[in-house]
Write a new protein. Structure first.
Length: 597
């Protein structure tokens, strides 16, 4: 069931649990460029976006929102508009007289982030809160007067020094950053509020939203939530990462509006968002659940035995019916129908009916039911794959298995709720048999398949459950290895390539983010295990790069700064030289390897 919230009115739109989940996107053009901003907004709207957001980094851009709004109305578009504010309370005040919703970031609305270490006693901490009130209450008053909604949007990458020093760069710090502002709203009788907890790391994002829900419940607050994985990137990676975070929460009934933040043109975000909603709508209401598992607020990997390289401390495996490699990575096990053309260096699975003990040692049987396994005389001494009905897992059943067993649990026959119950049962009873997560997808739309599999299988891997994935499709056999490995990469359970954190661009960006991201990837995508951020501006850049090894951040018009972790190491680099300088920086820190020809 959807988490119950109050309704928030945003122009002609209502957000909350009594209303459908809404999609939105953000323009990338400068807000001072009325023509381009309007043109992008129309593309978002005509693709299905229900809200359109514009950056307003200064008061002049906030004022120009009026010209944009008038132009859209003249063209027949009355979609609610949102002003995105960082650092500039005066711009927020101006925007609140024009648009239907104002988004503020509590990490930088008043605070100027300096990354300073400072001890705050209770008095000095409260003095900081009083400074917030001085700047924030006027915006509340204006929003009330103009019937304007507000999003209090916390970003993992831009927590204030006050929050960082008391709570650290943590989900609980993100929550408290928002709660400070939310309490001020409550004290001033203002409730037209939506909240968000965004991070480029899906698991941090998920934990932060769950903690926020818990904190609001403790204080009898029931505000709607906007969901998103910020800086998700582009292509299949961006869609998988977004589906992991957004889909996991929506499947628990958490979330009322969403954005898929892609480093692509904004209108491409809407179809991906709608496909996430489509997947969630296909899940029966009775199967949505409130996560009360021990993993709700922290990560822990399920402890398992090591069986023929599966489980233990090993990363999750990939099982596939396609033997082709993806970026040099072959499936760990290949499902075959016969013994033709076997490669001695690879491992295979085949139906138990075709299996015999006399077959090569790198071939293992698959049993589609527990009944077949129990009746068979052709079991392997070292490894047997057994698909079982997870709704019927009991100690009696499990005790019949030996250490040569790996369970296969199929999403086709159960729900995420059933999966969580099954894993809880296994852990409560200290049953350490490895588990493979299997899904069969019949959609003719590969983007939908990728999103569905990410929500079904990836969301479980993200929380430490499952020792491998097995994806089957009817039309995309040539793409399932790519999808499987990218789900593992984006759950950070099996790193096989460079991990990129790149923002979706906006009017604050002073260089072509899509082209630059592609260029950075071209020269660095062979650096297995490194995390590289490509950020259009400093709003989230340094903070999000706490999770990255290297950062490439726009700091002015055509000017780039480079970071090692959080540390600024090079500044004022012309963008035409910046990729070369990034490579030099990686080499200077001994993280560079030459690409293989």
């Amino acid at each position: 069931m959807r988490r119950k919230t109050l309704s928030v009115k945003i122009g002609n739109l209502s957000i909350g649990s009594d209303h459908s989940i809404k999609t939105q996107s953000m323009t990338t053009a400068s807000t001072m460029d009325t023509f381009k901003s309007v043109e992008e907004a129309i593309r978002i709207i005509e693709t299905g976006g229900k809200l359109v957001r514009f950056t307003a980094p200064n008061i002049n851009e906030a004022k120009n929102l009026l010209n944009i709004k008038k132009s859209l109305l003249e063209k027949g578009y009355n979609t609610p508009l949102v002003a995105d504010i960082h650092f500039t309370p005066n711009a927020a005040l101006e925007a609140s007289t024009i648009v239907e919703k104002v988004r503020i970031n509590p990490g930088n609305y008043v605070d100027k982030k300096r990354f300073k270490i400072k001890e705050y006693d209770e008095k000095s901490y409260q003095d900081e809160i009083e400074k917030i009130k001085e700047k924030f209450i006027p915006l509340i008053s204006s929003c009330k007067e103009n019937s304007v909604a507000m999003r209090i949007g916390t970003n993992h990458g831009s927590l204030s020094d006050r929050i960082m020093n008391r709570f650290g760069d943590t989900p609980i710090g993100m929550v408290e950053s928002a709660m400070e502002f939310l309490r001020i709203c409550q004290d001033n009788d203002y409730n037209q509020i939506v909240l968000s907890m965004k991070s480029s790391n899906p698991i941090v994002m998920i934990h932060a939203y769950r903690l926020l829900v818990k904190s609001m419940e403790n204080e009898n607050m029931h505000y709607p939530l906007h969901l998103g994985v910020t800086e998700a990137g582009d292509g299949l990676d961006g869609r998988i990462k977004s589906a992991l975070g957004i889909g996991t929460l929506l499947s628990e009934g958490i979330g009322d509006t969403i954005r898929v933040s892609l480093t692509e043109d904004p209108e491409f975000e809407i179809p991906a968002a709608e496909k996430i909603i489509k997947k969630i709508n296909s899940i029966s209401e009775k199967n949505r659940l409130k996560n009360t598992d021990k993993r709700a607020f922290s990560f822990s990997k399920r402890e398992t035995l090591l069986t023929e390289g599966i489980g233990g401390k090993n990363p999750p495996i990939v099982i596939s019916s396609n033997s082709n490699s993806f970026e040099g990575n072959y499936p760990d096990f290949i499902f075959i129908k016969d013994l033709k053309n076997l490669d001695k260096s690879k491992k295979y699975i085949m139906c138990h009916k075709e299996f015999s003990k006399n077959q090569p040692k790198n071939v293992f049987p698959y049993f589609s039911s527990l009944k077949d396994f129990r009746k068979s005389n052709n079991t392997s001494d070292s490894l047997n794959f057994i698909e079982i009905d997870i709704k019927k897992i009991t100690n009696t059943i499990i005790q019949t298995f030996s250490n040569s067993t790996v369970l296969v649990l199929s999403i086709d026959k159960c729900s995420r709720h059933d999966f969580l119950n099954a894993f809880r049962f296994l852990e409560d009873n200290e049953i350490k048999i490895p588990v493979i997560l299997k899904g069969n997808y019949r959609s003719s739309d590969f983007e939908q398949v990728a999103i569905d599999a990410s929500i079904d299988l990836g969301s479980l891997l993200l929380e430490g459950m499952g020792n491998g994935v097995w994806i089957e499709t009817e039309e995309f056999d040539d793409k399932i290895n790519e999808l499987s490995f990218l789900i593992l990469q984006n759950t950070r359970t099996r790193i096989f390539k460079t991990d990129y954190i790149s923002c979706p661009s906006c009017g604050r960006t002073k260089f072509d983010l899509q082209d630059t991201t592609a260029l950075v990837k071209k020269y660095t995508n062979h650096l297995k295990g490194l995390k590289i951020s490509v950020m259009g501006c400093i709003v989230n850049g340094p903070g999000e790069m706490a999770d990255a090894d290297y950062g490439y951040v726009g700091s002015g018009d055509g000017i780039i700064s480079l970071y090692k972790g959080k540390e600024l190491v090079k500044r004022n680099i012309p963008s035409k030289n910046a990729v070369d300088e990034l490579i030099h920086l990686i080499k200077d820190n001994d993280d560079w390897v030459d690409p293989k020809n």
